[in-house]
Design a protein around this ligand. Structure first.
Ligand SMILES: Cc1cc2nc3c(=O)[nH]c(=O)nc-3n(C[C@H](O)[C@H](O)[C@H](O)COP(=O)(O)OP(=O)(O)OC[C@H]3O[C@@H](n4cnc5c(N)ncnc54)[C@H](O)[C@@H]3O)c2cc1C
Length: 379
């Protein structure tokens, strides 16, 4: 069996790349996943999409992805409608220094055409009436941020759109990569044995480090556990924008079905968690910021993992000395919101068409050249 391109990983990244390759003319593509479409981290992703980033490259990619999500039904023709809920993200700041520091980030966002507004505590409360602003010195709000809370459906819709023009999807596990004189020639799989290809795309999420190591590439990716807590459903819409406090390590939002999801990311409660202490801390911080949480029950939780890089940025592009090898790895907790832009950028680079966004700052060689692009706004 052979294909011009084999993509390892049918998460949101692999499926977006497959779709964009096919859309730009490369249709002889096979996507291989050991668990199936969206069976990795994408399957538990709550689908937040924000453009309020601290680096230009992330602002540009997020803005392009928002435009894609706003028009996703006309682009992918999904089986049923995908709803991009444009409810905004609200960041709260609790010290003058942090708020002042953030002004430089807002400036980058404005330069990229992202409509971020800096707010007083009173203005923030007008957007989230349940917010306790006692410790809030200021806030940042972008009304075109939002979420799509069915990442599984979005990923399958990318895959379906790619399949309609000939891309093949296979359930199998890649166990080895064949390379001859510095050029990729194929992969070894559990069920199908050898499969030949000219181009190999590593989009294997948490499995990416292993795939790269098969040809001697050492990716600087570490796994970080992140826990999401889900409450009971709340009928009224009480938390429309997604609420984030970097200083308090807190993030929360109300999903379409009324459930509130929240996470505590403070340095005092890192994995492996004592579940009781973790929930207690999440409740303390959450109730302080959003007192209504006191009336809710924590019903369940999910532990997921980030594939984080040293600068919390994805690693995108080819690798010097490995002809035919491409990678889109190390999403560092924001792969879903960047997936449309990343898929398009990878496809454009592979097909050598002029790039819509220059993603070269995120090339693998930045680590060897000591040119990290540190993203400050991570949760
Ligand atoms: C708790 C939590 C909350 C998050 N919230 C958000 C959010 O709100 N917004 C956002 O943008 N991002 C969020 N993220 C991050 C986001 O979910 C990920 O960045 C994104 O889903 C990664 O997609 P991926 O395609 O790179 O990886 P994956 O979805 O993990 O896909 C990789 C695929 O590769 C396959 N694979 C691996 N190895 C092999 C192999 N050897 N052979 C065959 N197949 C293989 C796996 O089975 C898997 O399906 C969150 C993550 C977590 C953990």
């Amino acid at each position: 069996m052979k294909a011009e391109t084999i993509i390892v990983g049918a998460g949101i990244i692999g499926c977006s790349i497959a779709y964009h390759l096919a859309k730009n003319g490369m249709k002889d593509v096979i996507v291989i996943d050991k668990g199936g479409i969206a069976s990795g981290i994408t399957g538990i992703c709550p689908g937040g999409v924000r453009q309020q980033w601290g680096t230009r490259i992330n602002c540009e990619m997020a803005k392009a992805s928002v435009s894609f999500y706003q028009n996703i039904n006309e682009e992918l023709f999904p089986e049923y409608e995908i709803k991009y809920r444009e409810v905004g993200y609200l960041y709260t700041f609790h010290s003058e220094e942090a708020f002042k520091r953030y002004e430089a980030q807002q400036q980058i966002q404005l330069e990229c055409g992202i409509p971020t507004q800096l707010l007083t505590p009173v203005e923030a409360k007008a957007i989230v009436p349940g917010l306790n602003t006692d410790s809030v010195v200021g806030a940042s709000f972008c009304p075109t941020d939002g979420f799509v809370d069915d990442a599984y459906h979005v990923t399958n819709s990318f895959a379906d759109a790619a399949k309609r023009v000939g891309v093949r999807f296979m359930n199998d596990e890649v166990t080895d990569v064949h390379i001859q004189s510095g050029r990729i020639t194929g992969v070894e799989t559990v069920k199908r044995g050898r499969m030949d290809c000219e181009y190999l795309v590593n989009a294997a999420g948490l499995g990416a480090k292993q795939i790269a190591s098969l040809i001697g590439i050492e990716l600087p990716i570490v796994e970080e556990t992140r826990r999401i807590i889900y409450t009971n459903r709340v009928e009224e819409r009480v938390l429309e924008p997604l609420l984030v406090s970097f200083e308090k390590g807190f993030a929360a939002k109300q999903l379409t079905d009324g459930t509130i999801y929240l996470s505590y990311l403070g340095p005092d409660q890192q994995y492996p968690y004592d579940s009781f202490l973790f929930q207690l801390r999440a409740a303390e911080v959450g109730i302080e910021l959003f007192p209504k949480l006191e009336e809710l029950e924590f019903r369940s939780h999910v532990d997921g993992r980030y594939d984080s890089t040293p600068d919390h940025q994805a690693i995108l592009g080819d690798v010097d000395g490995f002809e035919g090898y491409w990678q889109a790895v190390g999403m560092s907790g924001h792969g879903f919101m960047m997936a449309p832009a990343i898929g398009r950028a990878l496809a454009e680079s592979m097909l050598d068409v002029s790039p819509t966004i220059d993603v070269s700052p995120l090339h693998f060689r930045r680590f060897a050249n000591n040119q990290l692009v540190k993203e400050p706004s991570v949760v």
